[in-house]
Design a protein around this ligand. Structure first.
Ligand code: SAM
Length: 445
């Protein structure tokens, strides 16, 4: 395809995707939001909006590819290398700027904002201007800043800002040390959890261990991590699995590595006949048991089981074993042990749902099997949607920095599953994440 025809095709894709997005808002009976409004939109965190996610994946991917096609290459490459907006987001969230602006819909002058947050006016103005250029906050008149739709997500104490805190602290710290750790003769070739970019970044403090051990020693970060997992799942839109998978056919579910239970509580509240057992390490289960006090209903249908999936199995004989954001945390040998431990607990007709980002791979035959295929972007886009799947690649990198692990392709997950005595039944593409549905190898399905 020639340059001009690539551009024409990308423009057509962008046009179609934007039109589809407008229709999707109409389908849900909602107005199209304005970026200048300081109010949340009903579809912002809706589990039912997974089609919108798919459309945006195409739109973002095509827009970025169009710019990368037409701009000088150094422009695009350094846009990526120079992106410091994360540091400004971190300041805004930690200083509660959104909450201050909440009380002033007409905006606050930088002089007053500077006094309220305790940051010198000139420095704060630089930070605010950077964020405004990213559509987060708005400058309503000269040096007067107000909230908009995006800045509302920066209210402190929310799961979303807890996730931002993790990404911009431990995440960025590990990212900085990636290159140094790769050059290190011990850390570079290591595949274990003790020798990651993150553990490299803290080794001069005298710490040696895994991220999990580090978190245990830093209890304040454990709380942020538990809350941040809720925010991460909001971002990923994982709860759309409640809309897509036929949960109504099943009664007993095990939420394996449940964390504080953000999935469990949503499941029992949406499906009144379902019973869930949360299975996690003792320290996490005790946090989850305390969090149960905040739940309005379904508490009598939730059981707590503490254990370690490397030393035993989750409770046996349940209908569905659901593993969300678990397998991707572990290198292959450990991921295999987890699947084996679940397989041992299964009845012949039980099933396992592995819910992670799944890496598209368009060059392996398994990816072409229509029953297992993930959506593919139209040419001339990169088949995996490129920038449209950026969070998948960011998560893949986070797994590398933190655990020496990675997101996996359908073929890689299929291989691990087979080694654990399981076989693939179906892949559910949720627009951002995907669910890998497995049954026992000896099942007649
Ligand atoms: C990334 S979090 C995912 C939590 C939850 N599934 C979610 O999606 O929000 C990983 C979870 O695995 C749990 N975990 C780690 N090692 C474990 C083990 N050996 N046995 C059981 N659970 C474990 C952690 O405590 C944590 O809750």
């Amino acid at each position: 395809m020639s340059g001009p025809s690539e551009v024409q095709r990308l423009l057509a894709i962008i046009n179609q995707a934007a039109t589809d997005a407008l229709s999707e808002y109409a389908t849900h009976g909602e107005d199209v939001p304005s970026i200048y409004e300081a109010k949340s939109h009903p579809l912002d965190l809706s589990d039912a909006a997974f089609n919108l996610k798919k459309i945006i994946r195409t739109l973002e991917g095509a827009c970025h590819q169009l710019c990368a096609t037409l701009a000088p290459p150094l422009h695009t490459v350094l846009n990526n290398g120079q992106d410091y907006s994360w540091a400004c987001l971190r300041v805004a969230a930690s200083k509660g700027i959104t909450e201050i602006l909440d009380d002033h819909p007409d905006g606050v002058h930088i002089d007053e904002l500077s006094l309220k947050v305790g940051i010198t006016k000139g420095k704060l103005a630089t930070i605010m201007r950077t964020l405004v250029a990213r559509h987060c906050y708005q400058e309503v008149s000269k040096d007067v800043y107000a909230n908009n739709r995006l800045s509302l997500t920066l209210r402190s104490q929310t799961p979303g800002t807890a996730f931002l805190d993790l990404q911009t602290q431990e995440g960025q710290q590990a990212a900085f040390y990636l290159q140094k750790s790769l050059d290190d003769p011990v850390y570079g070739p290591a595949t274990d959890l003790q020798h990651t970019a993150f553990t490299y970044s803290v080794k001069d403090t005298g710490f040696s261990g895994t991220l999990y051990e580090w978190i245990r020693e830093h209890k304040d970060r454990l709380q942020v991590m538990i809350k941040g997992m809720v925010g991460m799942n909001q971002l990923m839109g994982t709860l759309s699995v409640l809309e897509v998978f036929p949960w109504g056919k099943y009664k007993t579910i095990c939420d394996v590595g449940s964390g504080s239970g953000s999935f469990t509580w949503s499941l029992v509240q949406k499906f009144p006949a379902i019973e869930v057992t949360m299975f996690d390490l003792p320290e996490t289960i005790s946090v989850a048991e305390k969090a149960a006090a905040d739940q309005k209903n379904g508490v009598d249908r939730v059981k707590f089981s503490s254990g370690n999936f490397f030393e035993g199995s989750p409770p046996d004989g349940l209908d569905v074993y659901y593993l969300r954001n678990i397998i991707h945390n572990w290198p292959d040998n450990s991921a295999l042990s987890i699947l084996q431990s679940v397989q041992k607990a299964m009845r012949k007709d039980s099933r396992v749902l592995v819910h992670d980002y799944i890496l598209p791979s368009y060059h392996d035959p398994e990816g072409d099997n229509p029953a297992h295929a993930l959506d593919k972007a139209p040419p001339p886009m990169l088949p995996d949607f490129g920038y449209g799947n950026m969070r998948l690649h960011n998560q893949n990198l986070t797994m590398l920095f933190m655990y020496n692990s990675r997101e996996r392709t359908v073929a890689e997950l299929t291989g691990l599953s087979q080694a654990a005595g399981l076989k693939l039944s179906r892949v559910w593409d949720l627009g951002e994440t995907a669910v890998f549905e497995l049954v026992r190898s000896d099942s007649s399905e």
